[in-house]
Design a binder for this molecule. Structure first.
Ligand code: SF4
Length: 218
């Protein structure tokens, strides 16, 4: 299966910030800090955006497909965004996608994806911190429990989804609108109160000025 080319293929020269982001992504792709993680490192394209979506960790298929949210969870996530007027390729080309961990953690004996260890989360947070310094995002969308816990105090999903927060994250003041994880393994967003709260979170996103500024000419 061919992998997407993450370099800037347009004839438009990259800005200094995009150059720095490209250098950052190249360094990230070479990371081997976590011995139990399974490569390749999954990175986003060189998209200098004020919207930062933070996933949890890639699944088993993302390595072959070469981009985050490339499998079933992504289908649901981008269906949600389509419902508020932004399709998958538009989102991918205008928002930056990071994650708590950028490598596949492997499977547990019961067949689920292994939850990254605290040490792995800590190792990988240096990359997110560097991205926040470069991009200074104003709207952050953590997707799933592991990602939400990076930005907000631990709470039940039913207490945290459907709300907007203003916080400082990695030295950047930003609005945070969390979403549940769209994985097929999760049923939270398929039953109440998850159905209603997920819709409320999407309404908040669609009304957010940074969301509208980013996607308004599309
Ligand atoms: S999970 Fe993150 S820190 Fe660990 S090896 Fe992968 S890219 Fe590096």
């Amino acid at each position: 299966m061919s992998k997407p080319d993450r370099t800037n293929k347009s004839n438009v020269p990259m800005s200094a910030n995009q150059n720095k982001l490209a250098e950052h992504i190249a360094a990230l792709q070479a990371c081997t800090l976590c011995p139990s993680m399974i490569g390749p490192v999954i990175t986003h394209a060189v998209v200098s955006s004020k919207i930062y979506l933070c996933g949890q960790a890639p699944g088993v298929y993302e390595g072959d497909l070469g981009r985050p949210f490339a499998w079933t969870a992504g289908k649901t996530l981008f269906k949600w965004f389509s419902s508020i007027g932004v399709d998958e390729e538009i989102f991918r080309s205008h928002a930056y996608i990071g994650a708590v961990c950028r490598c596949f953690p492997g499977k547990t004996s019961s067949g689920g994806d292994r939850v990254p260890t605290l040490a792995e989360v800590k190792n990988c947070s240096r990359w997110m911190e560097a991205e926040f310094k470069l991009l200074q995002p104003q709207l952050v969308i953590p997707v799933g429990r592991l990602a939400i816990d990076v930005f907000l105090p631990k709470q039940k999903l039913s207490e945290v989804i459907g709300k907007q927060y203003h916080k400082e994250a990695f030295g950047t003041a930003c609005d945070i609108i969390p979403l549940p994880h769209p994985s097929g393994a999760s049923s939270w967003f398929k039953v109440e109160p998850g159905i209603t709260l997920t819709k409320e979170a999407l309404v908040l996103l669609s009304a957010h000025p940074v969301w509208n500024e980013t996607f308004k000419q599309i």
